[in-house]
Design a protein around this ligand. Structure first.
Ligand code: ADP
Ligand code: MG
Length: 250
């Protein structure tokens, strides 16, 4: 279980103090997915970085299974906005990287890695470098790297935003199929309403400067087969869009 309690974050830039997040509260059951949606600049990336243990100066509490977040003790998979691949390492080494750091240089077992590569459609690309891959393929490598780690928590910052619409939908599906298999607790940030409704069991609307939680929705359509072509899917997207617009225009 993930608990965020009264989280507030300030940045100091050029001598000025700016409040970025204020009193954010969120609970996520183990194995659940949560989509955070909000306008640019409302603190979404900041929030993920706090949960990832990258930003350590904050007020409030972030607990994973009752323990304060600590990247040394918990396995946290973090996929930053640009995928975070190392350009000078090939696909195989990029995927091994997280697990290597965690498991003190022990390589992940070869069969498991091969299975991941296959499931993600990366077989045959092991020796390529990130610069030789499409956006969708880079995204797959980033997913493989995180899942190989068997994370307690997976954090994804606008994971599919840089992809074209068709590839994005395909990758959302790829994500769901691996998530189903490993049921990893996941928080993902997005600015696409459809993505939030498709991937979030829980949908959290952040708004304002500083960012605050303005709505939490338990998504009744999550995981329903062919949901993307059903009227109730469009209906929830429409409602959510309206809510967000009202929020953001305030
Ligand atoms: N390292 C930093 N130092 C100072 N201000 C920052 C820093 N990172 C982000 N900010 C500011 O904090 C606010 C929230 O940023 P961010 O969390 O990246 O928002 P989002 O991901 O929702 O677009 C923005 O106004 C941004 O300019
Ligand atoms: Mg961001």
């Amino acid at each position: 279980m993930i608990e965020i309690k009264d989280l507030s974050v300030n940045y100091v830039a050029q001598g000025e103090r700016q409040s970025v997040l204020e009193e954010v509260n969120l609970e996520l059951a183990a194995g659940e997915t949560c989509a955070i949606i909000g306008p640019s600049g409302c603190g979404k990336s900041t929030m993920l970085k706090v949960v990832a243990g990258i930003i350590t100066e904050f007020r409030g509490e972030v607990l994973i299974d009752g323990q304060p977040v600590c990247p040394k003790q918990q396995k946290i998979g973090f996929i930053p906005q640009n995928y975070g691949l190392l350009p000078w390492k090939n696909v195989y080494d990029n995927i091994q990287l997280g697990a290597k750091l965690k498991n003190k240089n022990q390589n992940t077992d070869k069969e498991k890695l091969a299975a991941f590569l296959k499931q993600l459609g990366l077989s045959g690309l092991e020796r390529r470098y990130p610069g030789e891959l499409s956006g969708g393929q880079q995204q797959r490598v980033a997913l493989a790297r995180s899942f190989v780690l068997k994370p307690d928590l997976l954090l994804m910052d606008e994971p599919f935003s840089a992809l074209d619409a068709i590839t994005r939908e395909e990758m959302q599906q790829v994500f769901l199929s691996i998530w189903r298999k490993y049921s990893v607790s996941t928080i993902l940030v997005t600015h696409y309403v459809e993505e939030a409704v498709y991937l979030g069991q829980k949908i959290v609307v952040l708004s304002g400067t500083p960012g605050k939680v303005s709505k939490v929705i338990d998504n009744p359509h999550f995981g329903v087969e062919n949901i993307r072509s059903r009227p109730e899917f469009f209906e929830l997207c429409r409602e959510l869009r309206k809510m967000i617009k009202e929020d953001w225009s305030r």
